[in-house]
Write a protein that binds this ligand. Structure first.
Ligand SMILES: Nc1ncnc2c1ncn2[C@@H]1O[C@H](COP(=O)(O)OP(=O)(O)OP(=O)(O)O)[C@@H](O)[C@H]1O
Length: 620
């Protein structure tokens, strides 16, 4: 049995249950159509008022749906983004007409627009028993369908897309139209259809508020009460036919060929080299809170290539968002080269921003993404397409691109604007090793060849070293160390920084005059400390030398990790250490249990005159 057939059999009970309901819905319609087809002339098509009622229903439902569309979309957007008691109250109110029996909806509306109310008097009683009354009743009962659909659709739009559009120069209204509305459009269309269908079928509220002019449902009820069921066939058939035509029209999709043509890239201009941008160094002094998180960082960069390194949750992304202007103007000061950007709105900062998940718009081709920016230049975008090796992918949608290609398209979108500086949030995290390596090399080349100024957030010390001259190490919303890559790697400010730099051997010891003592290890240290002072020290695995001289140790484990071999050793009298050796070195051929000697170059050891935990706390 094929897997497909087996799955179909497994799902059979569900199919039966669904079929039962479908049958229940279809049978009365079938029964009506059968009767309609077999009845002679007496179906009621000749009844006076039938076509007027049909016209009233169609016109009023269309006007109601239009009103709901114009007002309901902004309301749905507000409900999706607002927080607090007012939003909750309005959110509930919007749903009330669904729960209220339509007749009761008519009654509450009479209290608002009835002839003796304040509003009714202002309009001379014309808000009831009029087309206006029909529209008021229909709008009230049908509005929730669109508002609820719009709210859900807007809430599902990734807020990061809005942020990207802002950094690409789009103002709030343009972002609403070009990002949110465009993505939410299918759900809004479905909500609008339901609204129109609900409006045209409305009876209860209408009959109380506007008995005249007759809508189709009111006309049908009147026919039923005055002449009996046969003459209701015509209005029922008209209602059914209208609904069927509207549903068919709503379900109509352009042929694939035409849809494909709509996503085709516009003609791609000749590539033009991006204009030269002077390298720009950032300086900032930020103090802001997001929820419980307090970001307090100040720095004056000396280089136009900065990396931000830190553990998960340290505040790296928040730092980039603050620099980009996405946390608002009150976060502190931000300067880029000579320009003060602190009060410049995000759309005008001219900073490129590529977030962690590359932030591509789901319904736009790669080329449309690259030219989406307000200041994007087609020729420059074409140049970046070539430089980032995206040729041939112009008309692909994001879900037709690989992870690496998507990263490149995100980068092309930011770069096509010729920003003064690009903020990259863990640009290569989700990629496999070869693609990641390739993109790191590519970005490094762009930084050097095209003087690209960057701030790169990363977890990976090696990536940081490849892509920056200057390193900021952050923890808990603070900068715990900054300096050139060499300075930071040579002298990590704390055990925590050492760990973030990938230095696994962080150990405890004590001072003994001018020496550090840790079990069997005795090393000279630069500063004299009283004997017994607790110390923390670290040594990078590649600086642990395995050979025939030094402290006696035993090999505990040997792991060949491809490009190097990790050898874990335990010194006689402690501690345990990890060494990294070249794959062709004699140490790489050691086996667990083998005796070995361990040595260190004194200048490769960093010592802090304090226990690790106290040091880490002191630096926060
Ligand atoms: N909208 C928010 N509301 C409240 N807290 C937030 C919000 N966004 C982030 N945080 C918190 O702020 C802290 C810093 O978040 P941030 O995204 O900057 O971390 P990160 O260093 O980039 O981490 P990662 O490497 O995992 O992406 C985290 O503790 C996070 O939970």
């Amino acid at each position: 049995m094929t897997g497909r057939r087996a799955r179909a059999l497994d799902a059979r009970p569900l199919g039966w249950l669904g079929a039962l309901l479908a049958l229940y819905l279809a049978v009365p319609l079938g029964a009506f159509l059968l009767r309609f087809a077999t009845t002679g002339d007496d179906r009621g098509f000749g009844e006076p008022g039938l076509w007027d009622a049909a016209r009233t229903s169609a016109v009023s439902a269309t006007i109601s749906a239009a009103i709901v569309l114009v007002l309901g979309v902004p309301l749905g957007y507000w409900l999706a983004h607002a927080r607090g008691p007012l939003q909750r109250v309005v959110g509930m109110l919007v749903q009330l007409p669904l729960a209220l029996p339509p007749v009761m909806s008519g009654i509450v509306l009479i209290y608002l627009v009835g002839p003796y109310t304040w509003l009714g008097e202002r309009f001379g009683g014309r808000l009831t028993d009029s087309l206006a009354g029909v529209i008021i009743a229909q709008t009230f009962v049908a509005a929730p369908f669109l508002v609820i659909a719009a709210r859900s659709a807007f809430a599902a739009v990734d807020p990061e897309l809005d942020d990207i559009a802002a950094t690409l120069g789009h103002r709030p209204l343009a972002r609403f139209a070009r990002v949110d509305l465009r993505i939410a459009a299918p759900a809004i269309r479905a909500g609008l259809l339901l609204t129109w269908l609900r409006a045209i079928g409305e009876y209860g509220a209408t009959v109380l508020l506007a008995y005249h002019p007759y809508t189709l449902p009111v006309f049908t009820a009147v026919q039923f009460q005055s002449t009996g069921i046969p003459s209701t066939q015509a209005p029922t058939a008209v209602a059914l036919g209208t609904a069927a035509i509207v549903l068919l029209a709503a379900g109509f999709r352009l042929p694939r060929r035409l849809r494909g043509r709509m996503t085709q890239a516009a003609s791609v201009p000749e590539p033009t080299h991006p204009p030269a941008v002077a390298p720009a160094a950032l300086s900032f002094d930020l103090d802001t809170r997001v929820g419980d998180f307090h970001l307090r960082m100040a720095h004056q960069a000396r280089s136009s290539r900065v990396a931000v390194l830190g553990a998960s949750g340290a505040g790296k992304s928040m730092l980039l968002r603050a620099l980009a202007g996405l946390l608002g103007p009150d976060v502190g000061t931000v300067r880029c080269g000579p320009d003060d950007l602190s009060r410049v709105p995000v759309e005008q900062r001219q900073l490129g921003y590529v977030p962690q998940r590359h932030g591509l718009l789901p319904d736009r081709t790669a080329w449309q993404q690259a030219t989406f920016g307000v200041r994007a230049d087609g020729g420059v975008a074409a140049w970046w397409f070539e430089t980032l090796r995206l040729q041939g992918l112009h008309s692909r949608l994001p879900d037709q691109l690989s992870g690496g290609q998507r990263q490149r398209v995100g980068l092309a979108a930011a770069l096509s604007q010729t920003p003064r500086l690009v903020l990259l949030d863990e640009p290569f995290t989700a990629l496999d090793a070869p693609v990641r390596q390739e993109l790191v090399t590519e970005l490094r080349r762009l930084q050097r060849r095209d003087a690209l100024s960057t701030v790169v957030v990363t977890h990976d010390p090696q990536e940081a070293a490849m892509l920056a001259d200057e390193l900021l190490v952050v923890a808990d919303g603070r900068i715990v160390q900054s300096g050139s890559v060499r300075e930071v790697f040579d002298a990590p400010a704390s055990p925590q920084v050492a760990r973030l730099l990938g230095i696994e051997n962080v150990l405890e010891g004590v001072a003994d005059g001018g020496e550090l003592v840790a079990g069997a290890v005795q090393l000279p240290v630069r500063t004299w400390l009283p004997a017994g002072t607790p110390l923390t020290w670290c040594v990078a695995p590649q600086d642990v030398l395995l050979g025939t001289s030094g402290v006696a140790a035993t090999v505990v484990d040997v792991a060949d990790v491809g490009t190097s071999v990790l050898v874990d050793v335990e010194l006689e009298g402690g501690p345990a250490l990890r060494a990294r050796c070249a794959t062709n070195s004699p140490a790489a051929r050691l086996a667990a249990g083998a005796p070995v000697s361990v040595d260190f170059r004194a200048d490769s050891v960093t010592v802090w005159p304090q226990a690790a935990s106290a040091l880490d706390n002191a630096l926060r």
